[in-house]
Design a protein around this ligand. Structure first.
Ligand code: SF4
Length: 242
């Protein structure tokens, strides 16, 4: 296999060295090459807090399958992410959870908050629109707004993070933040954070739907290129236009 640098997504080895004790990997396999990042990462797991968090995450992962002792083993997943979030937070002994949500998912945030509270957690929730600051404050022009000509408050992920930092949350949950706003939240939040759902306006917040259908109804992702935003050009080479 050609040396393409680290690209596990394109690894075609069936019995992978990173999954099996006696597996194999391509020449550029980071496991085979013993990348320094691996050593450095393992040193970080020696921090007791990180080790306990990582251990609990793996224990939680294992608990999400039924009949684990049966052979041949067949994966039988049993828990939704909602159940996982509750269980993982309980295992970690968390009491106060932060919820950074998108204003477009206010209803979902209320339900999520209610469920977490029913399971004994204190929830501090902050909408992305907190502060009500107009988008013009960060240089957005009127014609760049969602609804041109109207007042629009900016998404404020830095304020969301700072409010949750001040509240001293044990663990944080992101719900539906937009691309980029989620990045800023993660940059400014102090505590560890998990994602309950990401924003996808078209697929009911399930971006994988576009991948699952990329050979059928979303084949434009494979066959068209995005020019300027909103403009797509065909990647297909026709006889008339080689
Ligand atoms: S770590 Fe190696 S074996 Fe595993 S997916 Fe990446 S390239 Fe393949």
């Amino acid at each position: 296999m050609e040396d393409i640098g680290c690209n596990c997504a394109k690894c075609a080895v069936v019995e992978k060295i990173c999954r099996l004790e006696k597996g194999r990997g391509p020449s550029w396999c980071p496991t085979k090459k013993g990348e320094s990042a691996l050593t450095e990462a393992m040193e970080r797991y020696d921090d007791p807090e990180i080790k306990e968090f990582a251990r609990t995450a793996s224990v939680q992962e294992g608990s999400c399958y039924a009949l684990r002792e049966a052979r041949p083993f067949v994966m039988i997943p049993t828990k939704s992410r909602m159940e996982e979030l509750i269980e993982f937070s309980q295992r970690m002994g968390y009491k106060k959870l932060g919820l950074a949500f998108c204003g477009g998912l206010t209803h979902e945030a209320a339900v999520l908050s209610e469920i977490l509270e029913k399971h004994g957690f204190e929830v501090i929730s902050v909408s992305c629109k907190v502060g009500g600051i107009p988008k013009e404050r960060i240089g957005v022009k009127d014609e760049e707004k969602i609804c041109i000509g109207e007042f629009e408050s900016m998404c404020n992920p830095i304020a969301q993070a700072k409010i949750l930092n001040q509240a001293g949350t044990d663990f944080n949950v992101m719900l539906g933040l937009c691309i980029g706003h989620d990045s800023l939240f993660l940059k400014f939040i102090n505590g560890l954070t998990t994602v309950f759902a990401v924003k996808d306006r078209v697929t009911g917040h399930n971006p994988l739907a576009a991948l699952y259908t990329s050979r059928s109804y979303y084949q434009r992702l494979m066959k068209m290129e995005f020019g300027s935003p909103g403009e797509m050009k065909s990647l297909l080479v026709s006889d008339e236009n080689p």
